[in-house]
Ligand binder design. Structure first.
Ligand code: ADP
Length: 497
């Protein structure tokens, strides 16, 4: 394995896979240093990538002041004026797909080939889509009330603070950056401390695209430090957060003091329901996909619920296919699953599996670190018929750990599917359209995929039910959050001309 090492090539600059990365914050169009730093390592092999500035209250205040100062002019540009710059930014992302893909893989250990072919092209699309949506689609027909005309508009709202996770750093950030900037808000992005690199490089691209200073800012550091300082700030207009439920609760408490609107996309423990009439090969294919990104996907259908009559056949085929998964260096073309993001997270995943073992769970595949690879690689794991009340069934593990449970009737499957505190997504596999429609209607989740997985259209609403989130993103739903939605009611009376 090549060592995945970054190197410090000067004060505040590191080089990672040949790309220079500024380790400072990006505030008001300038690079800003902090007194303290934190060390960033690669999950591929634990090697040192660089020391990154560790922001505090001071940098949070600076970033909010810069974003606030830049807001009036950015808002005044209008969707078309902003669109020209955002479309240029999307082009720059496209020109830098290879660099972004390499950086992100080094930083979060996800597959290089999927960063190249799927994720980074989508980053560009996220920006382009929302810029174009603001120009072409964001409108509501006027309507009359007793001769008065109602005119609906989506006005810029102010400074949006975006707090993002490490599992798909730039992809998830641009789901927020795209609509926030297109709506006319100015932005402060705080990426996760385990994946600071792509955000820093992206900041350089916003500068190149001509996005005015202060419109887009990146601050680096820990959630409990600069993250907490940002979300408690009285001068911000929106908080959009993707991450865990406990952190969301802390952020919600801070937001409450200022009544700052929040949008939360949180965890999941999604079911993958395989009805008796399902195409078993399709069901197996979809179920095995749930190991993607080493299980570090909030949408993953980690609870495989299979009708008892087909469970043995399903488990056999599943195991056959899952045992062929190639785990290894995410930079290798053949690799299908890479490492966990960080030692802390790896220990957390292993802890769940160890406790399941101790309580007598039947682990029929995996269940341990991959001894052929050093470091953070955990084997794809299947827990057979675990106790439905055990934590491996009810909590989000966020690793390559799936549970297989059986049911007898559709009603039982629906009850099991809906039995956790989460409701982000559900996968349903059935050979019968009416039956699938009836079951899908009763599943509680923001997205239901029927005989498919991960089909995501930016025009569609995306978000979680129950503890999986607050609000929806996508199409107008994104703008409903980032913008101030306004109704101007114009009377037919009182005009002089
Ligand atoms: P995970 O447990 O998966 O790392 P978190 O929800 O803790 O997920 O982290 C997601 C993002 O939230 C990260 O950018 C992290 O720095 C940030 N974060 C963590 N704690 C706080 C906090 N108290 N206030 C603001 N942001 C936070």
């Amino acid at each position: 394995m090549n060592r995945a090492k970054g190197k410090e090539i000067g004060l505040n600059t590191i080089e990672v896979v040949g790309t220079k990365i500024d380790t400072r914050h990006y505030i008001g169009g300038q690079r800003v240093e902090s007194a303290e730093a934190f060390t960033n390592t690669s999950p591929i092999d634990g090697s040192f990538l660089g020391d990154i500035c560790r922001g505090t209250q001071k940098e949070a205040d600076l970033a909010v002041a810069a974003a606030k100062a830049a807001f009036p002019a950015w808002a005044a540009l209008g969707p078309k004026g902003r669109g020209v710059l955002l479309l240029r930014l999307a082009e720059l992302v496209e020109e830098n797909i290879e660099t972004l893909a390499q950086l992100e893989t080094m930083d979060n250990g996800s597959l290089l080939r999927s960063h190249r072919r799927g994720v980074m092209p989508r980053v560009a699309m996220n920006i382009r889509f929302f810029a174009e949506w603001a120009i072409n689609e964001l409108q509501h027909p006027d309507f009359e009330t007793r001769g008065h005309t109602n005119k609906i508009s989506w006005d810029p709202s102010g400074v949006a603070v975006l707090i993002t996770p490490w599992n798909a750093p730039l992809m998830l950030a641009t789901w927020k950056i795209g609509p926030a900037l297109a709506a006319g808000d100015t932005v402060i992005l705080k990426p996760a401390e385990w994946t600071p690199l792509s955000a820093s490089f992206f900041a350089d691209l916003t500068k190149q695209a001509g996005i005015p200073d202060g419109v887009f800012n990146v601050v680096q550091g820990f959630g409990k430090e600069i993250g907490a300082a940002l979300v408690a700030h009285p001068d911000i207009a929106r908080i959009s957060f993707t991450g865990s439920v406990p952190t969301a609760k802390v952020i919600a408490r801070s937001a409450a003091d200022n009544l700052t609107p929040v949008s939360f996309e949180l965890g999941g423990k999604s079911p993958c329901v395989v009805l008796e009439d399902a195409d078993i090969d399709l069901a197996v294919e979809l179920a095995v996909e749930q190991y993607d990104n080493a299980g570090q996907v909030c949408l993953s259908g980690t609870r495989i619920l299979v009708h008892e009559n087909i469970a043995d056949a399903f488990a056999l085929k599943f195991k056959e296919k899952a045992l062929q998964i190639i785990q290894g260096d995410p930079r290798d073309e053949a690799t299908q699953i890479g490492p966990q993001i960080h030692q802390v997270h790896f220990d957390r995943v292993k802890g769940f599996v160890d406790r399941a073992k101790e309580s007598g769970a039947n682990i029929i595949m995996g269940g341990e670190p991959n001894s052929d690879l050093c470091g953070l690689y955990f084997r794809p794991t299947l827990v057979m018929n675990p106790d439905p009340t055990s934590e491996i069934v009810t909590s989000e593990v966020f690793g390559p750990v799936l549970c297989l449970q059986t049911f007898k009737t559709d009603e039982e499957a629906i009850a099991m599917a809906n039995s956790t505190e989460f409701g982000l997504a559900a996968i349903l596999v059935s050979g019968n359209k009416e039956r699938a429609e009836r079951v899908a209607k009763q599943l509680v989740a923001g997205t239901i995929w029927v005989n498919c997985f991960f089909v995501r259209d930016l025009r569609a609403p995306f978000g979680g039910s129950k503890k999986s989130g607050i609000g929806r993103e996508g199409g107008n739903w994104s703008f409903d959050f980032y913008a101030d939605v306004k109704n101007t009611v114009v009377s037919p009376n009182g005009w002089k001309e």
